[in-house]
Design a protein around this ligand. Structure first.
Ligand code: F6P
Length: 526
């Protein structure tokens, strides 16, 4: 198959779309531009069976402690199970805990939306700043942007901002534009020990102290909410108990936007829309659990990814949304997939001798067309692409200009995946063109077509990618739910603080680090 061109596959079977496209609820996935045949499908099924995909799927969904290095289950699916359902963990129905948590969240959301939650001067809160990083930032940040069209029942819009970067540049710029009297900070951190988040949180509190002259007690009560799996640490920081939203260690950071970490989303779009998003994700969970291999969307997405990576030798994956509201999806998927499956040690503790997670990156498609598509079309790298677009947008407005912009965007989406697959063979006189103007094609892609971008379809989309990531981890025999590869960097940075602050001389450092340290010191003295 490495030598088979997609144009031949389409010549052999003009009905590839009918064969390789599949639908669930509000999503359609078109795999026809992937370099697969019925034989590929059947071999991939054998591979999945050999790796016991169905057993692993049941273990995931039933709450087995499959995150073995941390000895706990990965139960993000429980966060979207409907009220009244059951998922027993150590004999206890955790769906009840989840629902109680949603009720607490709902109460907070109502108090803020209704103007009952007031700042130190008595003014209602109208601005939210989420302080978090990684899984405590990327999911809510992406979702607030993706669902930005959704209006609150009141028609009002809360301003919701996100601060994640350690260096202070985001928070400093943002605070310059905000009013302390009506700004509330959500401190989001599963561990509540992440230095990036705690540094930004301290800067925020100091800003409030300077502006208000109010006591820490008042500021902590009126201007901070904590979301964490570590209640004692929230208390230690000063968050009062009734402003703490908890979640559980069985929710991985990058799988946590469905938990109280999603509070900024609920504040932005309202609790009922937040629940529609959960319902969309749950619909995909059920589809993943019950649909057969051949028509199971996350399974196919995952297995075809494995096919590209391990059999067609493709190690780069571009995420290309054709809708500006999905601009933060690539960054979200970078963490989801690369922090989950970027591993090289098997569940048995052995170095694997095959490739695992590829390099994932992306950008809003039409913008990327003017940036890195050159490489996709004429570079030396094979790249697999996901095109993601809603079929309908602005259809319920009478703004003909925006409707036209949407049509133009879809035309570009279809055009790009067509050329990437078929190259310039779609042109009549392609062979007479000079070589630098030729397009060889054969870059495989999947198109994810959403009916429209709603909280429900968005929930489906994100759950689709979560399960895709899991499917691939099963085939690669790795644990997708830990992230030990990020720990050493944190420790090392702490160690480097001392020489940077000249408390030690750094003589034990390597030559490069020592050289950089000395240069920084010299520059700081200027
Ligand atoms: O350093 C990586 C990481 O642990 C991610 O897995 C996590 O999403 C992020 O940091 C933030 O962690 P926390 O929510 O505990 O602040």
């Amino acid at each position: 198959m490495r030598h088979v061109h997609l144009k031949e596959l389409f010549q052999q079977d003009p009905n590839r779309f009918q064969t390789y496209s599949m639908r669930n609820e509000q999503l359609l996935l078109d795999f026809s531009k992937q370099r697969i045949t019925p034989e590929t499908q059947s071999l991939l099924k054998t591979l999945a069976d050999t790796c016991q995909l169905d057993t692993w799927k049941s273990r995931l969904l039933s709450g087995d402690a499959i995150n073995t290095s941390e000895n706990r289950p990965a139960l993000h699916t429980a966060l979207r199970q409907p009220q009244g359902s059951e998922l027993l963990l150590d004999g206890h129905n955790i769906v009840d805990d989840v629902q109680a948590n949603l009720a607490h969240m709902s109460d907070i959301v109502n108090r803020i939306h209704s103007g009952q939650w007031r700042g130190y001067s008595g003014l209602p809160i109208d601005t939210i700043v989420n302080i978090g990083v990684g899984g405590s930032d990327l999911g809510p940040y992406m979702s607030c942007r993706a669902l930005s069209d959704a209006q609150l029942a009141s028609g009002k819009k809360l301003n919701v901002h996100f601060v994640s970067s350690m260096d202070g540049s985001q928070i400093a710029d943002l605070l310059d534009t905000l009013l302390p009297t009506s700004t509330l900070f959500i401190l989001s951190s599963k561990s509540f020990t992440t230095i990036d988040t705690l540094s930004n949180a301290n800067t925020a509190r100091e800003w409030l102290r300077n502006a208000s002259g109010a006591s820490d007690d008042i500021l902590n009560r009126r201007h901070f909410i904590g979301v964490s799996a570590n209640a004692p640490k929230m208390t230690e920081w000063g968050i009062p108990e009734n402003s703490q939203l908890n979640f559980w260690d069985w929710t991985g950071g990058r799988y946590s936007m469905w938990s109280a970490i999603g509070l900024p989303i609920a504040l932005r779009i309202g609790m009922s829309r937040f629940k529609e998003m959960l319902a969309g994700a749950h619909a995909m969970d059920e589809h993943f659990r019950t649909a057969p291999f051949e028509s199971n969307l996350p399974t196919q997405l995952g297995m075809i990814g494995v096919w590209n990576i391990n059999f067609l030798d493709i190690h780069a994956h571009a995420i290309l949304p054709y809708d500006g509201r999905l601009s933060h999806l690539p960054a979200y998927l970078e963490q989801l997939e690369m922090e989950s499956d970027g591993k090289s040690v098997s569940r048995q503790g052995k170095e694997v001798d095959y490739r695992t997670c590829p390099i994932i990156w992306g950008e809003v498609g039409p913008n990327a067309q003017h940036a890195f598509y050159q490489l996709l079309h004429q570079g030396t790298e094979s790249v697999m692409c996901d095109f993601i677009a809603p079929a309908r947008r602005y259809h319920d407005t009478d703004n003909a200009d925006l409707q036209q912009q949407h049509t133009l965007t879809l035309a570009n989406c279809l055009a790009q995946s067509r050329i990437l697959a078929l190259g310039d063979s779609v042109l009549e006189d392609n062979e007479s063109a000079p070589v630098h103007m030729r397009y060889r094609g054969n870059q495989p892609s999947t198109t994810v077509l959403m009916d429209e971008l709603t909280p429900f379809s968005f929930g489906q989309l994100i759950s689709l990618y979560e399960h895709k990531t899991f499917v691939q981890s099963v085939i690669w025999d790795i644990n997708p739910f830990d992230q030990w590869g990020v720990e050493l960097g944190k420790k090392m940075a702490t160690n480097l603080l001392k020489p940077l602050m000249k408390e030690t001389d750094g003589a034990d450092l390597d030559g490069s680090s020592k050289g950089l340290l000395d240069t920084i010191h010299a520059l700081q003295e200027v």
